[in-house]
Each structure stands twice: as C-alpha cells, then as structure tokens.
Design a protein around this ligand. Sequence first.
Ligand code: ACO
Length: 310
Amino acid sequence: MPGIRITGWGTALPDKVVTNHDLAQTVSTTDEWITDRTGIKERRVGGTTTGLAVEAGQKAMDVAGLAPADIQMVILATTSPDRQVPASASAVQRELGLSCAAFDLNAACSGFVYALVADGFVKSGLDKILVIGSETLSRITDWTDRNTCILFADGAGAAVVEASADDTGDLLGFSMSSDGTLEYALFAEVGGNLQMEGRAVFKNAVLVMETAARDAMTSAGVTADDIDVVIPHQANIRIIDASCRRLGIPTDKALTVLHYTGNTSAASIPLAMVDGIEHGRIKKGDLVLMVGFGAGMTSAASVMRWSADT
Ligand code: ACO
C-alpha cells in the first residue's frame, strides 16, 4: 500500500500586525514581559478561517502543480470555524472550485499533525488530499484579558499530501493522543472566548510533547540523534526549548515563527514548515519531526523523511 508525500505548501497571514507595544496600550503588560515569557513579539490579526485557508490552499496546489479536479479530499484543521454549521472545509472546497469530500478536524493546536491521518485515506485509495490548518483565534479571544490576548492570533498553512509511488512514503512514524481530564486548562464555550490556566497548560504541554515525539520516533524506528529538523507547535519558546532539552535534541534544530505569528493553533506547524522550506532549513532527505499539543489536551507527532524538492 502507498504512503504519503508532501508535494505542495503555502501559507496566508492577515495584513494587520499587532505588536506587543500595541497590546501594552490596552492591557497591563509590557513588551519585555511578553518577550521573556513567550518569545512572541508581534502577531497577525484579521480575515476569516475560510479566506485564509483558501489562500494557503491555493498556493499549496500551485506548488504541487495540481488543478482543482485533482484534489479528492479537503481536511481543514481548525478550532475557530467561521460557522457552527456547516464545516468551514465545505466553504473552502467551494471557493477553491473543488469537487471532493471535505470536513473539519478539531484537535486544537495538534490539528495539522492529526490531519496526517490522510495517510489512512491514501491507503484506502485516495491519491491527492489537501490538508490545511487555518485559524482566526482573534475572534474568540478576550482582548481585555492579558492572560490570553498576548498569545493568540490568526493565520493558515496548507500542504498537498499525495500518494507515494513506493510502499513506504515519507511518513515513517505517527502518534496521536488526547487527555480529556485536562479540558479545564483551556477551553471556549460555544460563542465564548478562550479561557486558560496558563501554568497547567505549560506544565502538561512539555510532558505530552515529549511523550508524543518519543512515540512517533519509536514507531519510525529512529532516535533523537537521527532528527534533522523539529517543527513544534508555536505556542511559547520556553515550551519548545524545554521539550527539545527533554528529548535531547539541540534547540537550534527547532523551527520557530512564533516571534512574528503568535500562537495560531492548527496553523502554527504548517506556518513554521513553510517558513523552514523558504529559508532552506528543510531539505530533501531530512528527517523531520512535527510535534504539537493543544486544548483537549491533545498531542500528536509525526516523523517524516522529506522527499520533495524544496
Ligand atoms: N503581562 C504582565 N504580567 C502578566 C501577564 C501579562 N500579559 N500575564 C500574567 N502576568 C502576571 C501574572 O498575573 C503573575 O503575577 P503575580 O505573580 O503577581 O501573580 C505573573 O505575571 C506570573 O504569571 P504566570 O501565569 O505564572 O506566568 P507564566 O510564567 O506561567 O507565563 C504564560 C504565563 C505565558 C501564559 C505561560 O504560562 C504559558 O505560555 N502557558 C502555556 C500557554 C499555551 O501554550 N497556551 C496555548 C495552548 S495551545 C492551544 O490549544 C490553543
């Protein structure tokens, strides 16, 4: 049975930039505090989850050289859909002119890695799947709450996932998990804003990132020494550094964009992935570890041998 390859990629970020200095005008915080505690300097805000997903998805199709008729499924990872019903994936499908299955996947910030279940759809016969992480968290953020408004932002990242010609594909190891007992640490009621116990999220994030990454590496039959590039969820530079230390992976192998994107939940890993491709940090042949965690508390990791020309 075939595996999967990533053959196209693209991103979308809103034009509007909100800096830490801007936030210091509206809530009791400082650029120094936000930078020291999170690594975030600025974030992008605006647009719709569908609009950002369409822009990122179209770019990914262009890179892969695919026409709308080629795509057989859209998986939209999002925790901030534009409507309660229907799935925003259906609007993305319509706007991109696709004729195919489409559904939303809500695994919070682990959503993009969860969406690599595309591998299973490929094994059951599909060839070309568009996987997108897109969020407009600014719409479910209380901009008067300094605990959360310094973190969350908007953006999208997309990948075209195609069936590989061989039986292996690029996805060598995979892990997904959820611990619903930690739901209290980060949630938003329907129609409400994100509420978070930051310290609980921080502590558990470091633990589940390590566990997910180790599980994926074990199923791939590789060790931390083999990893060339880490693409972590972009929530907090201290969580990324602590997780890399626990895994024994040098922190300079981790791609980061959070300083200019903030935490874009399901979009954060593909945003960092595309940034890494564009800056020569991901090269053909690299062993790439993606690892995410998020509300739920979900976690997921994948180990891929990158086979596309970058
Ligand atoms: N500016 C200034 N001071 C602040 C701010 C702020 N924005 N926010 C909190 N403080 C204060 C607190 O009130 C507290 O003051 P006190 O000591 O007088 O009580 C002090 O700073 C320390 O607060 P802590 O909450 O202990 O700060 P911490 O070092 O834990 O940093 C942070 C807070 C950045 C939120 C951190 O806990 C964190 O990053 N947690 C993980 C959050 C996360 O990753 N969320 C996303 C999950 S992914 C998803 O699914 C969307």
